[in-house]
Design a protein. Structure first.
Length: 509
């Protein structure tokens, strides 16, 4: 690629998105290092001035890669745009060793024992089936007991892919539907909340094919590979996330996820909380609980207090909360502000009120004076013990993620001459799909749409290519007789023979 310096404004978009860091900005003009440039075309696609043009002149020793539609022109000793292949002495070599299941099973965790539940080898390091009309790069068989099995592996580029990120926290991060951004570019959205967690959906085919597609692909891959990623929620919080670690929100590391909503907290701890105060309020953005009105409070023998809350009543003792930067992810920053009114015909002077949240990390106590006003008081020993009990019952706050992909297209042709038969075999559990050895959950319905917990996949197993698409290591394992019946590439099948425990050296692509 070459830069038309008269058109170039030095905006830096090409440098920002180049997957091999071949572009630099000098004196407000882009300069492309031809010894690194792979002609992947990212720079020309993101240039708003159309200042980047194709250069058909190639350096001596350059090799064209056929692993994906980009067809990188990889210079000598340089890496391809997907960072999987290197030009070593005019031979493209897969830079990661081919991994067997033995090398990744500790990360994958416990798997079922039936013969086809784990692959002979994984797809990590296998290379890609492209074009898909040829057999997959490795079709390997072995005998397990008296059952002959085969595993077909490929690192498949998936445009239909995304990652669902679960952030364990009750801290408000942004409204549902708000854009999730890296820098100033949109990569996803705040999707919803699960029990004690916020859900972020990054990617999807429409975002991957958008103007931010390269960044979207990189973000999905970085999260899936366990790297730290910085995100910004539109009109919301700034996050630092890394799978398997606690999230950081607006500079604060989150320690605990909630044990449940305010109603659930009352349900779990009603007998304990009854001993703390005459009335207990548990603040929560979903459901805020009032012990005296709650069924658990009634069960524990708590008498009416005359307290009513400012939130909308759902059912007795349960109020729909709101969202904000206060306690329990609500807008309440001064805990007594949650109280809308106190009926002094029911309440009494000297009555105590204990207010906390679902993680037990904040607590406050008040006493009702003769005039019906709340007076702050120090936390009692019982209140402190209750807070500790609630907090100790909460799990550590973590970030987790599920990679979602659709592999129902032409990639199946690398497995079998009859792709629809492979789809049926997967749904019939005659062919078991794994991702670098980790079991995939197959979504019901048509096609092969799957989900996998990335924390069970070896870090570094995912890649991206500037089609743009993410690259996922997929394995299909089945009995040989079933592979024959679905029209598999039996002629390409080879018996398994590892050269060293855990890994098989890739010679060349």
């Amino acid at each position: 690629m070459q830069v038309n310096v008269e058109k170039c404004t030095g905006c830096g978009f090409c440098m920002r998105d180049c997957p091999v860091e071949a572009v630099k900005i000098s004196k407000k003009k882009a300069i492309i290092n031809k010894e690194v440039c792979t002609h992947c075309g990212v720079c020309s696609k993101v240039c708003p001035e159309q200042a980047v043009e194709s250069d058909t002149t190639l350096l001596t020793g350059t090799v064209e890669c056929d692993a994906c539609p980009i067809k990188c022109k990889v210079p000598l000793n340089a890496m391809g745009a997907c960072l999987r292949y290197r030009n070593d002495n005019e031979i493209l070599v897969r830079v990661t060793d081919l991994h067997t299941f033995e090398d990744v099973k500790k990360i994958v965790g416990q798997v079922p024992n039936p013969a086809i539940q784990y692959p002979v080898i994984t797809a990590l390091g296998s290379g890609t089936t492209y074009p898909c009309c040829k057999p997959a790069p490795h079709i390997v068989s072995e005998t397990r007991g008296d059952v002959d099995v085969v595993t077909v592996v490929t690192e498949v580029p998936l445009s239909y892919s995304s990652i669902l990120v679960k952030v364990d926290t009750d801290v408000f991060i942004g409204t549902e539907g708000a854009n999730v951004m890296v820098g100033k570019r949109v990569v996803g959205m705040v999707e919803t909340e699960q029990y004690g967690s916020k859900m972020l959906h990054i990617g999807g085919v429409n975002r991957l094919t958008s103007e931010n597609g390269f960044l979207v692909a990189r973000t999905i891959t970085d999260i899936a590979n366990g790297k730290e990623v910085k995100l910004k929620i539109e009109n919301g919080s700034r996050l630092k996330i890394r799978v398997g670690y606690a999230p950081t929100i607006n500079g604060t590391k989150i320690k605990k996820m909630r044990i449940g909503c305010g109603s659930a907290t009352l349900g779990i701890f009603a007998p304990l909380l009854k001993e703390v105060a005459d009335e207990v309020i548990v603040l929560d953005s979903h459901v805020t609980g009032l012990l005296s009105g709650h069924v658990a409070g009634n069960y524990a023998g708590v008498t009416p207090s005359g307290v009513d809350l400012k939130f909308k009543l759902s059912t007795p003792g349960r109020y729909f909360g709101d969202h904000g930067k206060g306690w329990g992810g609500t807008s309440v920053t001064d805990p007594k502000e949650v109280i809308q009114s106190i009926d002094m015909d029911t309440a009494r002077p000297g009555m105590t009120i204990f207010i906390t949240e679902t993680t037990g990390q904040n607590g406050a106590m008040f006493e009702l004076d003769e005039k019906g006003k709340l007076v702050s008081m120090s936390l009692t020993k019982k209140a402190k013990a209750a807070l500790k009990t609630i907090e100790d019952s909460c799990e550590p706050s973590l970030v987790s993620a599920v990679y979602i992909g659709g592999s129902g297209g032409s990639a199946r042709a690398g497995v079998t001459k009859s792709p629809i038969k492979l789809t049926k075999a997967v749904h019939d559990n005659r062919a078991h799909l794994t991702v670098c050895g980790a079991p995939g959950f197959i979504l019901p319905g048509g096609g092969i749409s799957f989900m996998v917990d990335v924390n069970r996949v070896k870090p570094g197993a995912f890649y991206w290519t500037p089609t743009p698409a993410t690259i996922c290591p997929l394995e299909y394992t089945m009995e040989v007789k079933d592979y024959i019946s679905i029209g598999g590439h039996v002629e390409a099948m080879k018996p398994f023979a590892a050269k060293e425990p855990g890994k098989i050296k890739n010679q060349e692509k």
